[in-house]
Each structure stands twice: as structure tokens, then as C-alpha cells.
Design a protein around this ligand. Structure first.
Ligand code: KDG
Length: 318
């Protein structure tokens, strides 16, 4: 049985060196990036047997993504599309620096995943997993991607596979009202919700502090667990009526993209090993801290490094 299956779009991330502008750079670093594959890589590196489902063109660019994810131990379950008529989504990332923010430009319209159907993904992948994870980015991509997300969550529920969903609201993909309606349609099929406090307030229209938000969402939609992330203020989780708080582990931030996915990866990996809520939050937070120290979307780390962060044992290893 697979430990974790994720589903979503993986793009090529193209970024100029730090301090250079997209307008003038001659150099772009190419890396794989996409919320659900970021989670898959993070969890695989922490020992979970992980599969990632997606749709890509059968082209050098599509295969480039698969090769990179596979190198981290993720098992791909890809519906291959015709290279002539489909494309890989890309995103450009221009690193910021005070006083200029980091800028993401998507070039992903009509990417292969926008035509995905549940039937073309490997049979039994979700039923054969202990945990299924996807995010609120996927239903924003197209009606077909939204339907497939709902179908996979439904199948997972019927099979007794635990289901998690990270809200991951992306303002460049849709507006808050449309997003909220789509999320609320999916919520009844979700066991564990990850939601940034800001999105809970601005997109889900929730009021109050993180604990109140978690209580409200759990009561209304019947989630088993709600994890509200609060950036540098840490995370709050509500599970079985108990509240758990987790601080952020200090980290020098080199690249913040993918921090939320690293948190989910650490949390789910530890849950799958039988860790309780408090331990899983520690793993999430420590994996997220390690992610921030490295370039790219992926949490390229190890169990030992995560344990060292939790035990407060950083420094020079020689
Ligand atoms: O969470 C990180 C993601 O935002 C990044 O990997 C790109 O999936 C991505 C998206 O759609 O923004």
C-alpha cells in the first residue's frame, strides 16, 4: 500500500539569479514546482512511499519534470498527453529584496492538466493509499481539473483513504467569491484542512483568531482536523476537540516559496508514521524551516535534519 498520493499540476519554475530582473536577465534556472508535487517530494524525502498524479505532455519538458521528481523518490502516476497539442505550465519567479517584493508570473493557461480526467490516471492509485492530498490550486485551473479533484476526493473517501486539502488560494488564478464556492463544494470530502489564517479571513470570510476560525470550520464542515497557519506566528490545530499550538522554528530565509507545502509534507509524513498531532506539527514546522534555507520549491531535506531542528541541534557538522 502507498503511504501518500498527491494530485495536481507541476510546472517548470524559471527564475533569474537573485538581484537580476526578468526583463534583463540572460539566465533562468529551471526547477520543477507545484504545490502537490512539492508535498510529494517533501514527504518522500522523509521516508513516505509517495506517488504523485498529474497530466503532462509526453515531451522533453514533461519528462524533465518527472525525472526531477523521481530523483527525490516520488513515484509518478502521469497521464501523458500528446506533445503536439498540449503544453507544460510554467511560472517565472523574480526574487525580491527590500523594498521590492518577490514576483510570480504564471504562464500556465491550457496546460495539459486542464483537460485531465480521473479515468486517465492510474487505476486504484487513490484507493491503494493511506493518505490523499491535493490543494485549492487544482480546481482553479479548469472545470475538468476541478471535477477530477472532486472525483478523487470522493473515491478516496469511499476507500477509507485519509484526505487532506490545503486551501492555497492564488489571487492570480481566480477571485475570492468563485474560489470560496469551489472550496466549499469540496470541503465535505476532506478530513484535514490546512488553511492560512489570512485566506480564512479574506477568502472564506471567517472572523476571529485562529482557534475560533478552526472551531467554526470544523463545526460547519465536519473536518476531523483543521490546521490554521499564521506565518511567523506559527500554526494552530484543532483535532478531536483539542487545540494544539506550534511555534515557527527560526530559519534564515533564502527562498520562501514552497514553505507551506513543506509544512504539509512534514506533518503528513509524521502522521503516517503514527505520530500524534503535536509531533506532526513539530515535523511540519521543522520541515518548513529547512525549506526556507534552500533555493527552489522543494524541501530537499532528511529525517535527521528535521530531527536536529526539533532537538535544537543545528550548526556545523564536521
Ligand atoms: O506553494 C508553492 C506553489 O505556489 C508553487 O510551487 C507554484 O504550485 C504553484 C502555484 O500554483 O502557485
Amino acid at each position: 500500500m502507498t503511504d501518500l498520493v498527491t494530485f495536481g499540476e507541476t510546472m517548470l519554475r524559471l527564475s533569474p539569479p537573485r538581484g537580476e530582473r526578468l526583463e534583463t536577465t540572460r539566465e533562468l534556472t529551471v526547477q520543477a514546482g507545484g504545490a502537490e508535487s512539492n508535498v510529494a517530494v517533501g514527504a518522500a524525502r522523509l521516508g513516505a512511499d509517495t506517488r504523485w498524479l498529474s497530466k503532462l505532455p509526453d515531451s522533453p519538458l514533461g519528462r524533465r519534470i518527472v525525472t526531477e521528481l523521481r530523483s527525490h523518490g516520488v513515484r509518478p502516476g502521469v497521464a501523458w498527453a500528446d506533445a503536439e497539442t498540449s503544453r507544460v505550465g510554467t511560472y517565472y519567479l523574480e526574487h525580491g529584496g527590500e523594498p521590492r517584493g518577490t514576483n510570480v508570473i504564471y504562464d500556465r493557461a491550457d496546460a495539459a492538466i486542464t483537460t485531465v480526467e480521473a479515468e486517465e490516471l492510474p487505476t486504484g492509485a487513490v484507493e491503494d493509499a493511506e493518505w490523499f492530498h491535493t490543494t485549492g490550486i487544482t480546481p482553479a485551473l479548469s472545470a475538468a481539473a476541478a471535477e477530477t479533484t472532486a472525483a478523487l476526493l470522493e473515491t478516496a473517501g469511499e476507500a477509507g483513504t485519509a484526505r487532506s486539502f490545503d486551501l492555497n488560494y492564488r489571487a492570480k488564478l481566480w477571485d475570492p467569491e468563485t474560489a470560496r464556492a469551489a472550496y466549499e463544494d469540496l470541503f465535505e470530502r476532506v478530513d484535514t484542512l490546512f488553511v492560512p489564517r489570512r485566506d480564512a479571513r479574506e477568502v472564506l470570510d471567517r472572523e476571529g483568531n485562529a482557534v475560533e476560525i478552526a472551531h467554526g470550520l470544523a463545526t460547519e464542515f465536519g473536518f476531523d482536523t483543521v490546521v490554521v497557519t499564521r506565518g511567523l506566528e506559527g500554526a494552530v490545530a484543532l483535532h478531536d476537540g483539542s487545540v494544539y499550538e506550534q511555534d515557527v522554528y527560526e530559519a534564515e530565509t533564502f527562498d520562501a516559496i514552497g514553505t507551506g507545502d513543506a509544512f504539509v509534507a512534514g506533518f503528513v509524513a509524521e502522521r503516517l508514521r503514527g505520530g500524534d498531532l503535536a509531533a506532526s506539527l513539530r515535523w511540519g514546522s521543522a520541515t518548513a524551516a529547512l525549506k526556507r534555507t534552500t533555493d527552489g520549491d522543494l524541501a530537499v531535506t532528511t529525517r535527521e535534519e528535521v530531527r536536529d531542528v526539533i532537538d535544537g541541534e543545528g550548526g556545523i557538522d564536521r
